[in-house]
Design a protein around this ligand. Sequence first.
Ligand code: SF4
Length: 701
Amino acid sequence: MRKIQSTCNYCALDCNLDFYVEDGQIVKTVPTKGYPVNDGFCCIKGLSLDKQQKTVKPNSLPKIRKADGSFREVSWEEGFSHVANKLKELQEKYGPESVAGISTGQLTLEEFALFGHVMRNYLKANVDGNTRLCMATAVVAHKQSYGFDAPGFTLKDLELSDRIIFIGANPVVAHPILWGRVRNNQVEGHKIIVIDPRKSETAMNADYWYGLKWRSDLLLLYTIAGQLIEKDYLDHKFIVEHTEKFEEFQKFVRPYTLERGAEGTGLSREQILELVELIHSGKRVSFWWTMGVNQGYEAVRTAQAIINLALMTGNIGKPGTGANSITGQCNAMGSRAYSNTAVFFGGGDFTNPARRKRIAQVLGVPESMLAEKPTKTYNQIIEGINAGEIKGLWILCTNPRHSWTNNETFAEAAKKLELFVVQDIYDTIESAEDCTVFFPVVPGIKKEGTYINLERRLSAMRPVLARGEHEISDYEAILGVGKALGMGDALKGWETPKDCFNLMRECSRNMPCDITGITWEALENSHGIQWPYPEGREEENKEEQRRLYGDGNFFTPSKKAQFVFEEVRENPLPASEKYPFILNTGRGSVGQWHTQSRTKEVKFVEDVSVKKAYLYMNPTLAGENDIAENDRIRVFSVNGQEAVFLVKVTENVGYRELFAPIHYIECNKLTPSLYDTYSKEPSYKATPVRFEKEPPANEEK
Ligand code: SF4
């Protein structure tokens, strides 16, 4: 029996797993003991990765749609030429930006780097990632506040903190291994505090829960800041030495009084003051946020309001502290730094002459071949298709027909495309329904590459199983199209994922995410290595769990962190007489992942999951509308769409709020085309809706 250590490619923890293989089959999966992230534990999703050896169709070939709507199977060579020729044809006819790509935080670092080279550099096309749907807000917040997209924490901080404050985050369900680290916390008197409109599974396990009104988080955070200032609960030394614009911030928050905060958030004055005292009495306060913050119309400013609290109280860069964004997908961090979409490989602006020179030198291509500007954002790509400006789309390992906000707009877009390439391990995903080409690729258990987790830790994915006759990886599919496009020497040095990794290492040299000290081999069977890890400075970085900003230096030109703030905006989509209720969305259960393309094939997850779209409703609201558990309701959204859901009755949602898990396509049918101003991340979390009771469906009787 062989043992192969590899990385779980679901969530951002990137747990490591030991796969035991006998006769070409995984016979046992054991979470890697001693791995600093998960040390012998993992969740049901990681444990079920071996199921893909049965559920993913082996030896599939690409398919091209014929004029009559049916598919014909073709060789990989023909598939590559077909896509390459179509891409060129569309660009010649409609211009370079008439083709686009949507990548994902699920791929390896090398795969989206290569995709970024082929599509963004060579074709000058737009490519955004589904990371736009989850982490774009944190990225912009970090860049503006810290000078670089560099979350500074390490998971160890969860064990060292005496005030662990979760804001719009539900790790019990969404990041179970991260929650395990909270459970490991032995600090005497430590408190777990949750700020969330819903009494989530994490809130149920917390010491304090603040159930504020939907989308009042920014108001609450400014109110807290005002109170901390009023009471002089500040770290003056840190503010003076390591931050800028505090005086302006101090003036700015003055009108955010306790009265105003209480009125707008629905919390009592006493609750807000209690929270202020909890922060002040903590010696190591850590703030943790995720999608409840990121997915809003003023999300960047909300994330920065959290950062401001950490800065003003000096809770950053020290053990157990930080304003820490919890990432969603397994390689969202890799995609942020190495996909060539919003910034260059390894970071830096596309217009920065020094970066252009360096990247061109490393890649061995003329500067003129490099992308010249950040990509159009996800919403602009979908809008561009619907406006008839974008005619070709290539999506990898993502399912926008389900996951995109107001997802009928994607359905409409998909029908308008002249070329729609879907590359995935399953041809059954909703997005493949209207594709013109399908590229079947192998799952993670058959490929190699690098992942970067939420605490900046690189880890290795290594092939656990051998490939069948026609089986290729995402990397090889992209490379095949690149060659068919005639990229020639522009692909020199990109032959294998390892070659690509080495290029990316060089691109990162002297950047904050410098990984020049990490080798492909060093990641194998390792404990992972966090960036930064510059060549020649391995000794000083040998500690396994490192955090940034310990010296108080940030990545801005002045090395000081910035207080960034802006007035709370009026809600552009408030509840109204016509749509008096608010639909919130989020993860449903530990076993379900996003659009369920993978997890619905896992029998023991499927057996315990609700089969149809459902939502949670407060018992009082249910009673007033004569609705009982498992009744059906039709929900009408402010976006003009409607969908049917089963009702689960619970005290854990507020009277005017409904909560729907994201794993059912109906959920994002109802979410609006509303985005954060700076990150363009969709505002998934607070959609005004109304509902009517539906007659029971036959199959549910
Ligand atoms: S899904 Fe996340 S928590 Fe679960 S095993 Fe994979 S990486 Fe770990």
